[in-house]
Design a protein around this ligand. Structure first.
Ligand SMILES: [Zn+2]
Length: 295
């Protein structure tokens, strides 16, 4: 498996003040750079790999994990040392895969990680915690994770995959290096959001202060499939995220995003669709209304 399989690799560096710089490195060059960083022992301790979920994306990140665990002097990963062989067999004692149980990454799982990170690795020089769907972490679990994520012991690495950074708490995001794998994020966002100037019907209803129409919308959407509602919530999150980027000082968009995140948690927890949509629209309305009174 070579990293070159990915067409694009983007890294985003967080700059103070909330703005970000995107460094674009095409295909092989970017991939090789990432591999060199890991093999040279210069990897950061927490990475969030973004982009549409795919087997290739997961393979890429597992390849980086293998580099961290390989005990060869050079040419990592060698695929022949004991560490590499155990890793490839899926039984490396210093590699921990954290999966949603059954559909969320829960507080108990994060507590267990925070408790065990302090122990030395058994076999390799490093310990790797791998999250296949990082966005499935509950908010309370994410909050419990912050301190460890910020200052893990030196030999600990967190490698996480997520489809959308919008679904990860900003406090968590700011503690991780973000890397886009596989696809140009602008193209991916455009494909998901539609034209950049499009507005959501909700936004127009909010601007008009029309709560009644919003609740009617909940009634209509209630009849959709849950997967469709989830896609709708994701596109709504992407929309608010874009608005936030355009207006970084506007706190409303944080609250809108929080409301959407809660709605997705409720959706995953099988809460009645009508209830969760009404709750979402009421929160949006309240937040929008707060702004109106402030003006
Ligand atoms: Zn090896």
């Amino acid at each position: 498996m070579r990293l070159e399989a990915c067409s694009w690799i983007y890294t985003i560096r967080e700059i103070t003040g909330g703005s970000t710089v995107v460094e674009k490195t095409g295909g092989a060059g970017g991939a090789a750079a990432l591999e060199r960083i890991f093999a040279g022992g210069r990897a950061s301790h927490a990475y969030l790999f973004l982009g549409p979920p795919s087997a290739k994306k997961e393979e890429t990140v597992l390849h980086l994990a293998q580099i961290l665990l390989c005990t060869a002097e050079k040419g990592k990963p060698c695929s022949t040392c004991r560490s590499c062989r155990l890793f490839l067999r899926g039984s490396h004692p210093d590699f921990h895969r954290i999966a949603p149980e059954p559909d969320r990454i829960k507080l108990e799982q994060i507590r267990e990680i925070c408790r065990t990170v302090v122990y030395h690795p058994y076999l390799a020089e490093n310990k790797v915690f791998f999250f296949a769907s990082f966005e499935k972490m509950t908010e309370v679990a994410a909050n419990a994770f912050l301190k460890t994520l910020e200052e893990p012991p030196p030999a600990v690495y967190f490698l996480a995959l997520a489809g959308n950074e919008e679904m990860v708490l900003p406090t968590v995001l700011s503690r991780m290096q973000r890397v886009y794998l596989g696809q140009d994020p602008e193209t991916a966002a455009a494909a998901m959001d539609g034209p950049a100037d499009a507005s959501l019907p909700e936004e127009e209803l909010l601007a008009a202060g029309d709560l009644y129409s919003l609740l009617r919308l909940a009634e209509v959407k209630e009849k959709q499939e849950r997967a469709d509602v989830d896609a709708y919530l994701l596109s709504m999150a992407a929309f608010f995220h874009r608005r936030l980027r355009e207006n970084p000082g506007d706190r409303r968009y944080f609250r809108f995003l929080q409301a959407v995140r809660r709605a997705r948690e409720n959706l995953a927890a099988n809460v009645n669709l009508r209830l969760l949509l009404e709750d979402l629209y009421l929160s949006l309305y309240e937040t929008g209304g707060m702004e109106r009174t402030n003006n």
